[in-house]
Design a protein around this ligand. Structure first.
Ligand SMILES: [Mn+2]
Length: 470
């Protein structure tokens, strides 16, 4: 096969070469070893997985390959939007489709060049289900040969937190430095980052990467990301946070193939308490499982501290292990909820109630599940159920505060406004804060001011609850 070296991976003993070629049937990418050092852009012939420099007179030229790749990138995405039958979801999907197709073309191009693709996803049921849907689509595309890429350079990274920092950018650039690539590397972000605090990190990353960003967090006014070519967020397309990032990533993967991912989509909707979830709204087990695996990575992951879609696939495919982990998650969650209900402090206010919980006291060392944010959502549900009316929960765990407002009170307490006010008052005590209007978090710079901050936070929430009763 004649081709050109379009990417070189340097991380092992010997470099691995990625050879892009074009034939009558389209563009292809294969992996090869070299018997001598080859350079990026060099014309080669490959035979049995070995690449040899092409004779000078062969007359290969880049132009043919690059136009074959561009044609394929334009041809492969499925132009018909992925519809579910739910009017609200489908309206947003239709509005966003052209933009998803454009991003999909870019991804196909990167894959055909063998460029490194780093996928960072938020470490919860929503983010991980999004990464998993993308992984399934890529596996199917490559497995069926619809995309003639023998091996992609995709790296999956679980992301802890709601912003993309300069530190994250430095770490991603370091990973990408293992590769030399004709085509700019691609960074895919799923379910996090929509906050002004991500700006420095994203700008640093943009020097090295093209960025494909799928998020559903509320878009702040004047947000820099909205101007980026491949930033997709339902808030910009007649939707809101109910259209989860996991669902968005699933819809995005449907530009490439139409495998059935309804169960995973629903796990993302359940995980983020979306009003679009189907069924009785109870957990379908998969959402609980993803919460567990992303919290306690040692249960399933192949690399410490990280979890990949391949790790998730291994658990989902093993029925015994899957059931065992789901039931473990249920039992542990049930126990902690029972304990928490007894330990919360209660501040009654007008027709509602603000609860405060010190979660640090409740977690044994070593067991990370459930993480405080996920737990606070579940606890709010339990407390509202027991009280028989909607309420608010503030949970604190070391310097981390997690706030949850029952959706029925969402028009009275807009958490992103509460957090903005807190930050204006205490710019040096708060490192970061954000999320959704009814589910958000604050990271304090330390614990010395925690008590004061908690009481102010409760006061601010109470004040807002009172607007609605006036
Ligand atoms: Mn989400």
């Amino acid at each position: 096969m004649e081709g050109i070296i379009s990417c070189i991976k340097h991380s092992g003993m010997n470099p691995v070469y990625y050879v892009a070629s074009a034939s009558a049937s389209g563009a292809t990418l294969e992996e090869a070893k070299g018997i001598e050092m080859l350079s990026l852009g060099e014309a080669v012939n490959t035979e049995n997985g070995i690449a040899y420099p092409a004779p000078k007179e062969q007359g290969l030229f880049n132009g043919g390959i690059s136009s074959a790749i561009s044609e394929e990138a334009a041809r492969l995405p499925i132009m018909e939007p992925y519809l579910t039958g739910s009017q609200e979801i489908d309206r947003t999907t239709r509005a966003m489709w052209d933009s998803l197709i454009a991003s999909s073309s870019m991804l196909v191009k990167k894959l055909l060049y063998g460029a490194p693709v780093l996928v960072r996803f938020h470490n919860d049921a929503d983010g991980s289900s999004g990464a998993y849907c993308l992984y399934l689509a890529l596996s199917e595309l490559m497995g069926t040969g619809k995309l003639a890429v023998k091996k992609s350079n995709t790296v999956w990274l679980m992301h802890k937190g709601v912003t993309y920092s300069e530190y994250d950018a430095a770490s991603d650039i370091l990973i990408s430095n293992n590769y030399e690539s004709l085509e700019k590397p691609l960074l895919v972000l799923i379910d996090f980052g929509t906050a002004p605090e991500s700006e420095a990190g994203i700008h640093a990353a943009e020097k090295r990467f093209d960025i494909l960003w799928l998020d559903h967090h509320p878009v702040p006014e004047g947000f820099f990301g909205s101007r980026m070519a491949h930033y997709s967020n339902p808030w910009l397309f007649e939707g809101d946070s109910n259209y989860t990032a996991g669902f968005l990533a699933s819809a995005f993967s449907k530009t490439l193939c139409r495998s059935d991912t309804i169960m995973i989509e629903n796990a993302s909707l359940i995980g983020d308490y979306s009003s679009y979830r189907v069924g009785d709204g109870n957990d379908n087990g998969i959402s609980l499982l993803l919460d567990l695996l992303t919290s306690d990575t040692k249960l399933a992951s192949s690399a410490p501290g990280n979890l990949t879609p391949m790790d998730i696939a291994a658990v989902l495919e093993n029925k015994t292990r899957r059931e065992e982990l789901i039931s473990y998650a249920r039992v542990r969650l049930g126990e902690l909820l029972g304990e928490a209900v007894k330990s919360v402090k209660e501040y009654r206010y007008a027709d509602t109630c603000v609860y405060l919980l010190d979660f640090s006291k409740m977690r044994d060392d070593g067991v990370k599940y459930p993480l405080p944010g996920r737990f606070s959502s579940k606890l709010l549900g339990k407390l509202s159920e027991l009280r028989g009316s909607p309420c608010v929960l503030v949970l604190h765990f070391d310097s981390y505060l997690s706030i949850r407002v029952d959706k029925q009170l969402a028009s009275r307490v807009m958490l992103l406004e509460v957090i903005r006010e807190m930050r204006e008052r205490h710019p040096s005590d708060i490192i970061s804060g954000g999320g959704h209007q009814s589910a958000a978090s604050i990271k304090l710079s330390g614990e010395s001011e925690k008590k004061r901050m908690l009481s102010e936070l409760v006061q601010l929430i109470k004040a807002r609850l009172s607007y609605g009763t006036a």
